[in-house]
Design a protein around this ligand. Structure first.
Ligand SMILES: Nc1ncnc2c1ncn2[C@@H]1O[C@H](COP(=O)(O)OP(=O)(O)OP(=O)(O)O)[C@@H](O)[C@H]1O
Ligand SMILES: [Mg+2]
Length: 309
């Protein structure tokens, strides 16, 4: 593999020791690396047009789910100025250096990567709190990705900021695959359509005329009751309007807030429907055929129906 970064890149240990790892497992077909060489790392952007739809919640859970299956995963917060991923991952007190520090050469990538305490193969790179939106630039992002690729990461998950500004553009620029997070309501669906347009035109793959970024929709905050009442769009409605396959449907649940308050990605709360729905999405990401669940309202018991429980 020829990489623009020198071959002297050291194995990354994260902010804890003991992380010199064996070569990674192959994940599907090699795709061309951002520097043109063959690579086994897949870069996934978690994006949306509208803000506050569940991107960070999704990035954290998918990263955990993949890492729990033995994949070596780095999850990166692209939301410059609004750090959030570290809170949801529960590592905010361990952030010493961030993404912009690495790009500026204030520290090494190894120093900035935070090794998750729960899952051996999971690493987090926090967003910078700087107000300087130019601190993140394509060349710097590419250098960081090249180093992660050289170190054998299987997945790089990019948690995009909302909107279509620079941060969101950079988060998607080098993506091999995109997960477009959408709430089943008109404004979110309309903004997702704009993002799908950008994925088709403003990414490195589009500019180089390479094969398209693989696109998936992930519906979150789905409430079968509200769909039945006509207050929310159904999965089929959203799929039909956007014309993209659905990789997951995540129910609306209080469990998400409880998990983020506890600094535990919700996928780790095995009893929760939300966790199971994210697990299903991870399996689909890995190529398994898994039917969609949680599309119907749970059947209510006799007492609940009689007394409105
Ligand atoms: N399935 C869900 N059920 C209930 N609440 C949810 C669900 N998913 C996300 N939320 C809530 O929605 C809010 C936004 O979630 P999150 O921060 O993940 O969105 P985001 O798209 O990353 O936002 P931003 O655009 O600001 O980065 C949070 O309060 C979160 O707890
Ligand atoms: Mg976010």
């Amino acid at each position: 593999m020829t990489l623009e970064t020198e071959s002297t890149v050291q194995p990354l240990a994260g902010q804890e020791e003991n992380a010199v790892r064996p070569a990674p497992q192959s994940v599907g077909n090699p795709t061309p690396s951002i520097t043109g060489a063959s690579k086994l790392t897949e870069i996934i952007v978690v994006t949306s047009g509208k803000g506050g739809v569940g991107k960070t919640t999704t990035s954290a859970s998918l990263a955990c789910g993949l890492a729990q299956r033995g994949k070596k995963v780095a999850v990166i917060d692209f939301d410059i100025g609004l750090r959030n991923l570290d809170l949801i991952m529960g590592c905010e007190r361990r952030v010493v250096y961030d993404f912009v520090n690495v790009i500026n050469g204030d520290c090494t990538l190894k120093q900035a990567l935070i090794k998750d305490k729960r899952i051996e193969t999971l690493y987090i790179l926090a967003a910078s709190q700087t107000r300087d939106k130019d601190a993140l630039h394509a060349e710097g992002v590419r250098r960081v990705f090249d180093e992660l690729i050289a170190d054998g990461f299987d997945y790089i998950i990019c948690d995009s900021p909302a909107g279509i500004e620079k941060g969101a553009h950079l988060a998607m620029y080098y993506a091999d695959r995109a997960i477009v997070v959408v709430n089943p309501e008109v404004s979110s669906v309309r903004d997702s359509d704009r993002i799908l347009g950008l994925l088709a035109s403003k990414t490195a793959r589009a500019e180089k005329g390479e094969s398209k970024v693989k696109e998936h929709l992930l519906l979150t905050r789905y409430s079968p009751r509200r769909v039945a009442n006509g207050e929310m769009m159904s999965v089929d409605d959203v799929k039909e309007i956007l014309g993209v396959d659905v990789i997951g449907v995540i129910p609306e649940s209080q469990d998400v807030l409880s998990a983020s308050n506890a600094g535990t990605p919700v996928i780790l709360n095995a009893e929760s429907d939300v966790a199971q729905a994210y697990e299903d999405a991870v399996r689909r990401l890995l190529g398994e055929e898994v039917p969609l669940r949680f599309l119907q309202e749970p059947k209510r018991g006799f007492f609940a129906r009689m007394f409105g429980g």
